[in-house]
Each structure stands twice: as structure tokens, then as C-alpha cells.
Design a protein around this ligand. Structure first.
Ligand code: FAD
Length: 449
């Protein structure tokens, strides 16, 4: 009797360096490739709008690539634990394979599922596909997890090097007939009324082939200038791999090894290290998106939310050119350069005195690379409440930042040209006064520390 293998794709929408897919191929039975849109399991965060747009296109691409190799991507919607179990029964599966994920609710689902399936006589195996180093393998001398990046990354680099990436399979022996799939169109992941995704379409090509192409282009054309120009938003010197890594269209192992081969990649690899650090932090602190990592920040006296200020920030109307440029870039493209993310986030938290969680939610909805770890981790980093965070009292001055990193104004001219004209919007708040107010509020945290 045929007992097919289910490969459950999650944040690993690729064929190359996909250990779960490889295990299924090696097992030798026909394969059911599955993706579950889970918007019902408790605690699983519903995707934001820009993420849904990316997911649609990435699934379409994965589906095409599987079809070319002989398999179908089966789409199902609902609570993942139930869906996977039902499919395992319906397809008389002998094995289920997946690459691990690290958020709290997701781990809970996977653990319950693993136990349940095994009790029913189904083999289950999970693999390392999305992180270079497993969170439980990187520990301080005292056996705890790291709260500071530099020793964390040093400890990672002292471990055995990340394994070599697995080759892309030429054929995937799909199970013939019998497994029903939802239609991607019916999931309505794309915005319709209104269709605000024009800028995303102009900027990005989701899917594994484009991700691999971008990696090659970056290594050939941009890596040499990365260390010097990575902080300049107009320089185009960074990899733009974040959404590709977010959706797993390219694996960090592939990025790692191709970068090492290209040479001069130490600084760039350490950015991948920050990605690891964020995910390890989430693994140890699953409430990263809702709770201050440093609990003394719970005493921070956030004033009553001024909704008009939040909306002005969201809509690029703060009158602070670099902030508005960043927020406009985000709205148009689903992306913002890292330096500008830091400045825009700092302005929200420390000049408008708006809780970092409101900013994190907006980025969650609008970034194509929004993920459960990097987004809250970086917001908490800016807010001062996170791991190895910027000290609260070091408050970015957006004008100084613009002079330093956008000296000739290219970036601001592209994304907020009106702010440079004489009749451009007045700053929403006085930078000096709000800075002083933020520092006064911070006194509460100092007392609680
Ligand atoms: P590169 O400079 O080419 O870096 C290569 C890769 O390293 C990135 O693709 C990313 O995977 C990783 N990386 C780089 N910087 C960081 C960082 N600070 N933290 C973690 N990983 C990093 N990144 C996300 O991937 N998703 C998010 O939701 C996200 N939210 C952010 C929110 C705020 C407030 C801030 C300040 C930063 C956020 N970042 C987030 C981190 C960073 O801004 C982006 O990863 C980066 O801008 C992506 O561009 P790139 O791929 O060209 O980066």
C-alpha cells in the first residue's frame, strides 16, 4: 500500500535547501506538498496586508515550480493542527515532514501535532531550515540565553559552521489525484477594493527564482560597498533579502555559504546574526510583540494616545523630512531602509511619546518582510526595552541623521519632495521639547530598574 509523505511548507517557500522536502524525496513514497493558511489557531498572529500580498505571489510561484517537477501544492485553510491531521488520515500518509518554526503558538501546534501523528503510527520529522543556529544550542557559560548581541554572535561563530545548502530537486514525485485543494484566488490575499498594491508590484518579484537572482546580484554588484554604504538609504547598497528570508524563498544557509564564497562578507553576515538574535530572543520570550522584554519599562508613563499624531506618522505628515520620506517609502513599497526604520521608530516612540506597540502594529501591517521576531525585536531595540537595546537616553535627532546619511538629500527628494519646499508641512512637534519630555518620562523607568 502506498503511504505518501506530506511536506508541510510554512515559512520556507522554496525547493532548494529544503530539508523537509529532501527527507520526503529520500523516503521514496509519493509526496503531498501542503500549505495551510492558519488564521484560527489561538495566538497565531494574523498576517498584515503587505505580507498577504507577498504570500499570494510566493505560493503561486512555489505551486508552479512544484508542478513543473511533478507535484501539486495543496492549499488548505483552517487551524493547522486539525488540517494536517485530517489530511494525514485522508491521504493515508506514512510520514509528515516540516522545517522548524520558533514562535510560541507555532511551536505549541507543532508539538501537539507531532505527538498526535506519532500515536497514529505516522512518522514525523522536523528539520533546521530557517535559522543557522538552533536557539537551544547557543548558550552563555552559565547555560542561559544571551541578552547582548556581540557575545551571542561570538558564541554562534564558535559552533560548527552552518551546514552546506542542499541542492534543488529536479523532480518531485507528487501523489496522483485524490487530494483536494483550495484555490489561491479564493483566499483573497490580494487587496481588491481598493487595490493599493501597485507600488509593491512595481518594486518586488516574490518567489524563489527572483530571490536567488537577487542574492547573486547583490553579491556581485553591492557586497563590496556594503560596509561603507549600508547606512545610506539612497545608496541601494543593501541586499533587499529581508522579505525573501522572511518567506524562506532563500535559506539563510544558502545566503551564508554564497556570501562566504564571495569574500568580504563579515559585516553582512553579522546582520544575518541580528536576525538569528531576534529569533532566539523570541524563542525564549514568546511575548516579544506585546510585552517589554525589560520589565522596568512597564512603568513608562505613556501619555494618552494622540490619534492625530499617530495618523500623521503613519501617513508621512509629521513635517520631519526623513521620517516622512521613510513612512512614504513604506506605504508605497512595503519596505523601508534600516537606518530610516530606526529614525522613524525613534521619532514615534521618543518624540511623539507613542507606545512602541502602536508602531510595531503599523509596520506589521505594511512591511512585506514583517515577521514575528525581527519586527517586535527591533521596535523594542529602538524603544530601549529590548535585548541589547539602544540606551533610552540616546535619542536620534532626525535632522542630524538626515545630514549624516542622506547628505545630498536624494532619499528625501525621492520620497518626501514636498517637505523640502518652503511651504512644506511644519514639524508636528518641537524636537527639543519632546526630547526633554521623553527624558523626563524615562526617569520613571530608571527608578524602577
Ligand atoms: P541587509 O542590510 O542586506 O541585511 C541582510 C539581512 O540581515 C536582512 O535581510 C535581514 O534578514 C537581516 N537583518 C538586517 N538588519 C537586521 C536587524 N536590525 N534585525 C534583524 N535582522 C536584520 N527586519 C525584518 O526582516 N523584518 C521586520 O519586520 C523588521 N522590522 C524592523 C522594525 C524596525 C523598527 C527596525 C529598526 C528594523 C526592522 N527590521 C526588520 C530590520 C531591518 O531594518 C531589515 O531587516 C533590513 O532593513 C532589511 O533590508 P535588507 O534585506 O536590504 O538588509
Amino acid at each position: 500500500m502506498v503511504r505518501p509523505s506530506i511536506v508541510w511548507f510554512r515559512d520556507d517557500l522554496r525547493l532548494a535547501d529544503n530539508p523537509a522536502l529532501r527527507a520526503a524525496i529520500d523516503r521514496g513514497e509519493p509526496i503531498v506538498a501542503l500549505y495551510v493558511l492558519d488564521e484560527e489557531s489561538p495566538g497565531v498572529r494574523a498576517l498584515g496586508g503587505a505580507a498577504r500580498w507577498w504570500l499570494h505571489h510566493s505560493l503561486a510561484s512555489l505551486g508552479d515550480r512544484l508542478r513543473e517537477r511533478g507535484a501539486t501544492l495543496v492549499l488548505r485553510r483552517g487551524p493547522a493542527e486539525r488540517i494536517v491531521r485530517e489530511l494525514a488520515v485522508d491521504a493515508s500518509a506514512g510520514a509528515v515532514f516540516w522545517n522548524r518554526r520558533y514562535g510560541g503558538p507555532e511551536r505549541e501546534i507543532d508539538t501537539v501535532l507531532k505527538t498526535g501523528l506519532r500515536e497514529e503510527g505516522v512518522d514525523v520529522a522536523s528539520f533546521t531550515g530557517s535559522l543557522l543556529f538552533e536557539p537551544w544550542t547557543v548558550k552563555t557559560g552559565a547555560g542561559t540565553h544571551f541578552s547582548v548581541f556581540t557575545p551571542f554572535w561570538r558564541a554562534c561563530l564558535a559552533l560548527p559552521s552552518p551546514r552546506a545548502p542542499l541542492p534543488e530537486p529536479r523532480e518531485v514525485d507528487g501523489l496522483r489525484g485524490g487530494v483536494a485543494s483550495a484555490s489561491l484566488e479564493d483566499w483573497e490575499l490580494l487587496p481588491r477594493h481598493p487595490d493599493w498594491a501597485g507600488g509593491l508590484r512595481d518594486t518586488w518579484e516574490p518567489g524563489e527564482p527572483a530571490a536567488r537572482r537577487r542574492l547573486r546580484e547583490f553579491l556581485e554588484d553591492d557586497l563590496a560597498a556594503y560596509d561603507r554604504a549600508r547606512d545610506e538609504p539612497a545608496a541601494g547598497a543593501t541586499s533587499l533579502l529581508s522579505p525573501r528570508l522572511r518567506w524562506g524563498e532563500v535559506s539563510p544557509f544558502t545566503v551564508w555559504h554564497e556570501t562566504v564564497e564571495a569574500g568580504h562578507g563579515g559585516r553582512f553576515l553579522s546582520e544575518l546574526g541580528w536576525r538569528e538574535f531576534a529569533w532566539h530572543t523570541l524563542f525564549h520570550f514568546p511575548e516579544l510583540a506585546t510585552k517589554n522584554l525589560r520589565s522596568e519599562f512597564d512603568t513608562f508613563p505613556w501619555p494618552r494616545l494622540k490619534r492625530a499624531h499617530l495618523e500623521a506618522w503613519q501617513q508621512g505628515r509629521t513635517g520631519v523630512p526623513l521620517v516622512d520620506a521613510g513612512m512614504n517609502e513604506l506605504w508605497a513599497t512595503g519596505y523601508m531602509h534600516n537606518r530610516v526604520r530606526m529614525v522613524a521608530a525613534s521619532f514615534l516612540v521618543k518624540n511623539l511619546l507613542i507606545d512602541w506597540r502602536r508602531g510595531e502594529e503599523w509596520f506589521w501591517d505594511t512591511l512585506v518582510d514583517a515577521d514575528e521576531a525581527n519586527n517586535p525585536f527591533n521596535w523594542q531595540w529602538v524603544a530601549g526595552s529590548g535585548a541589547d537595546a539602544a540606551p533610552y537616553f540616546r535619542i536620534f535627532n532626525p535632522q542630524v541623521q538626515a545630514k549624516k546619511f542622506d547628505a545630498d538629500g536624494h532619499y528625501v527628494r525621492e520620497w518626501a519632495p514636498a517637505s523640502l519646499s518652503d511651504d512644506g508641512p511644519e514639524p508636528l512637534v518641537d524636537l527639543g521639547e519632546t526630547r526633554a519630555a521623553a527624558l523626563a518620562a524615562y526617569e520613571h523607568v530608571k527608578r524602577a530598574a
